[in-house]
Design a protein around this ligand. Structure first.
Ligand code: M6R
Length: 577
């Protein structure tokens, strides 16, 4: 699961590649590497670690090379090590490649190769040796076509051929975008990787490969026939303006929540107004609505179910990775994938499956021009701007907002207009209290978060945040479920964060049950506890409690001295199954 990029042109190849790789680091930051065409062989540099730590080592300096490939890795096959970092090369050094995806039958392909010396434990390396073997008699293009016929799984590959001074791209199942500049070609897992250099873009389809030679590109199918491609001019929407005065992106992105919501609100009233209307019609007209998503976006989709059911629309949510095991989809289904990145592989698989079964797809994404967006019949953008921290924060609250708006258009309930102001106030007024609590939280091993109704998904979301960013074991659950097992784990002083919308809430009896077993109750409520929580109506408590949970996570991780924006073992976008 990785980010790949390639360049062919007259600029300083390594500089371009490094810049693109930084934009792709959301796909993995275990290791990185660069290969450039140089005579007589390809030159490769790679290492483990994040790009800002190793970029000096990867840069080949003022090389005269006109072509190169780059990779940022999230390990799947083979541990995090220099030898498993991409690019991988053929035995004779003629070929080097970078790969995103998983070649499922790599062992079988390897067995069929005969005497080849492998350097890594990765599935990817087999492609370099396979192409080397076949290219000897047939030439590179035919070798690539053979590979496409034989390889199973998903892959996007960029390949350098030093003998022919050519760059190739191959795609099946994983994304590959092509950027076209003045006498230069860019390849990458997404269009943002080359956004500073060109806005002319085309997307490769599964079963296509591309040949880049002398800054010209030709796309072909598996029979070797040229395929006509439509070149689009992209309007860039996402720009990373840096951390500014903040210490971490997470802190900046939480602070941006009110502004992001305002931008979304504005967009839903202007440029996306018609899309919102069409989306609403689809929700009302279909037989059933099925949300699918992963991680934080899945928690948003649980709230989507809650809001839509209240608006009288039958809806359910299903984790994307289990979609086919648990779902029956047909032509009466409206599938609603929710994905910040629009690149989560499990979500894409659920979409492909649903499409085959005849379902219509109306998606909700953040990153414009993503694969989810392009595969959908209709798409709403949540307009949260670029989110750099691995933790989804402002994109979660924008997802909630769009879901509330959809429910609002169906049943006429009004989303609070002062919501953004109130969130801003809650962020400002709780800082001291949050820091105090984070000081205690940093030494905790286990935390439970309970919610009910609209706050059950939020409880799960806060738990996810505490795990991924603060490295604390946390469970978010329905308050009523505590007594069906988990209560056995509650000892004197076990923290139980309780999301209580107000006086008289049903969840209070669950809070009492935990308290009477010695739990340390941390109340998030307008009526109880030490936090400032604004009075709420129509679902805005979900926003306030999420924001407080995000802040608590942030300050706890910070007090523990953790790498807040890039936690261990994770990537922002999960592009493998
Ligand atoms: O890009 P997506 O919304 O599809 O990503 C889904 C999850 O991988 C993501 O929400 C993940 O759980 C976040 N890092 C949580 O903060």
């Amino acid at each position: 699961m990785c980010g790949i990029t390639a360049y062919y042109g007259d600029r300083e190849t390594c500089e371009i590649l490094l810049d693109s790789m930084k934009r792709l680091e959301y796909r993995g930051y275990d290791s990185a590497g660069i290969a450039v065409l140089s005579k007589p062989k390809i030159s490769v540099r790679k290492d483990t670690g994040k790009l800002d730590e190793i970029e000096g080592k990867l840069n080949h300096g003022n090389s005269k090379s006109r072509a190169g490939i780059g990779h940022t890795r999230w390990a799947t096959h083979g541990n995090v090590s220099e030898k498993n970092a991409h690019p991988h090369t053929s035995c004779d050094g003629r070929f080097a490649l970078v790969h995103n995806g998983i070649i499922e039958n790599w062992e079988k392909l390897k067995e069929g190769l005969g005497e080849h010396e492998f350097q890594s434990e990765t599935d990817s390396e087999v492609a370099a040796h396979y192409i080397e073997e076949r290219a000897k008699n047939k030439g590179t293009e035919k070798a690539i076509r053979d590979f496409m016929r034989e390889a199973a799984g998903s892959y996007a590959i960029a390949l350098l051929d030093s003998e022919e001074d050519r760059l190739f791209a191959v795609k099946s199942g994983s994304p590959m975008a092509i950027g076209m500049g003045e006498k230069e070609i860019f390849l990458a897992s997404d269009v943002y990787a080359f956004s500073p250099y060109t806005d002319k873009v085309t997307f490769m389809k599964d079963g296509e490969y591309a040949v880049v030679e002398d800054c010209d590109i030709v796309v072909k199918n598996t029979r070797g026939e040229e395929v006509g491609k439509r070149v689009e001019t992209i309007r860039w929407e996402q720009d990373d303006s840096g951390k500014g005065a903040f210490d971490h992106y997470m802190q900046k992105e939480i602070t941006e929540i009110p502004r992001s919501l305002e931008k979304l609100q504005n967009s839903l009233e202007t440029d996306q107004r018609d899309t919102l209307r069409r989306f609403t019609e689809k929700l009302k007209d279909c037989g059933k609505v099925i949300f699918t998503a992963a991680g934080t976006s899945y928690h948003a989709s649980l709230l989507g179910v809650y809001f839509l059911q209240k608006a009288g629309v039958e809806a359910q949510a299903l984790i994307a990775s289990e979609f086919e095991n648990y779902e029956r989809v047909d032509e009466n289904t409206l599938l609603v994938p929710i994905s910040q990145s629009g690149e989560t592989k499990d979500v894409l698989e659920a979409m492909d499956y649903s499409k085959q079964e005849g379902a219509e797809i109306a998606s909700i994404t953040n990153v414009p021009h993503s694969t989810v967006e392009r595969k959908s019949d209709l798409n709403l953008r949540i307009r949260a701007g670029q989110e750099v921290c691995v933790a989804a924060t402002k994109t979660f609250t924008n997802q909630l907002y769009v879901l509330m708006k959809l429910a609002e258009s169906i049943n006429g309930t009004k989303v609070e207009n002062s919501l953004m102001e109130k969130i801003k106030e809650a962020i400002e007024r709780n800082e001291g209290q949050i820091k105090k609590l984070a000081e205690e939280m940093k030494d905790e091993k286990d935390v439970y978060i309970i919610g009910k109704g609209e706050t059950y998904p939020v409880a799960r979301e806060i738990a996810l945040k505490l795990k991924e960013i603060s490295y604390i074991h946390a469970e978010g659950m329905m308050g009523g479920e505590l007594k069906h097992g988990t209560l056995a784990l509650v000892e004197d002083g076990t923290p139980v964060i309780s999301l209580i919308p107000g006086k008289g809430s049903d969840i209070i009896s669950n809070v009492k049950e935990a308290e009477s077993r010695g739990a340390k109750i941390i109340e998030v409520s307008p009526d109880y506890g030490d936090f400032y929580v604004p009075e709420n109506s129509n679902g805005d408590f979900a926003f306030f409690s999420s924001v407080l949970g995000f802040l608590l996570t942030y300050w706890t991780a910070r007090k523990k001295g953790l790498p807040v924006d890039k936690p261990r073992n994770l990537a922002k976008s999960v592009t493998v199954q």
